[in-house]
Ligand binder design. Structure first.
Ligand SMILES: [Zn+2]
Length: 277
């Protein structure tokens, strides 16, 4: 597979869902083997490379940390990179938190397509899953199984609510239509607790599906939008590996912390052989 980057810069601005801060971002084309790198313009251009070493085991959002510098909530932007196979990009940002936009990966995906995506003169080696691999935390799992085609599945379960269970299976070829528009979500009952912890300061009905006791307080884009969004998160979190996975990745009730553990497991698993495809 050939490495890819943008043809020209793509700029956007918005509010961080946790910080509530207004943030300016510019995604720049980058040469082959750069990887995806965040550059904090508010910290004299200090950089955080997106890779398993910089990935932290945080729960509410994905967190990258390197040499005293943080990046929060990069997962939806990284999901757009995963969905469009973009390996190389420098992301200039003037705050620690990536803007939430509409809560999905749609604005990032559309922006990347508008900027154009170019093939670079270097290849990327997919991580080929040759044996099942699994991480577990109670009844939550992330696993990968051998498969000649890359698939992502997610099983969501809130058995004590009107939501029940939702299951989604997709591939990157369906990302733009089936996964990118799916928004993040939160339970109305938990929102006050998040606000009290200084989180969700920028959350509102425009950038998250809000779930009440007996029904959704937001209009849904898909009946199973929640499971689709968790698939989006899984794809974004796994893009931190810096290369695509050839296999079937399945998340069962997993969140960012377990996804991050899975990334670290994949990175160190000696039985996983890479080969050019
Ligand atoms: Zn998310």
């Amino acid at each position: 597979m050939v490495q890819k980057s943008l043809k020209k810069p793509f700029s956007f601005q918005g509010i961080g869902i946790h910080s509530g801060q207004f943030v300016q971002v510019t995604c720049l084309p980058a040469s082959a083997n750069t990887g995806i790198v965040f550059r904090r313009l508010d910290l004299a251009g200090k950089e955080v490379a997106v890779n398993p070493k910089s990935l932290k085991l945080a729960d509410r959002c994905t967190q990258l940390h390197w040499d005293g510098v943080d990046i929060f909530t990069p997962e939806h932007l990284l999901a757009a990179c995963a969905g469009l196979d973009i390996d190389n990009m420098v992301i200039e940002i003037d705050h620690a938190e990536v803007p939430i936009m509409d809560g999905s990966a749609l604005a990032f995906s559309m922006g990347f397509l508008e900027a154009g995506i170019q093939d670079l003169s270097a290849s990327v080696t997919p991580l080929v899953i040759t044996k099942p691999i699994l991480v577990q935390d109670g009844d939550r799992y992330v696993m990968a199984l051998p498969s000649p085609v890359s698939y992502f599945s997610y099983v969501l379960s809130y058995p004590d609510t009107f939501i029940g269970s939702q299951t989604v299976t997709t591939s990157t070829s369906q990302f733009l239509s089936d996964i990118a528009p799916a928004r993040t979500y939160g339970f109305e009952a938990e929102i006050q607790a998040l606000l009290d912890r200084g989180l969700a300061q920028g959350g509102c009905l425009d950038n998250a599906v809000v779930i009440g006791k007996t029904g959704y307080l937001s209009e849904l884009r898909f009946p199973d939008e929640l499971a689709r969004h968790k698939t989006l998160d899984l794809m974004g979190d796994l893009w931190v590996l810096g290369r695509p996975i050839l296999g079937h990745v399945i998340g069962v009730k997993s969140g960012h912390a377990l996804n991050a553990r899975f990334v670290k497991e994949l990175e160190k698993a000696p039985r996983l052989k890479s080969r050019l495809v």
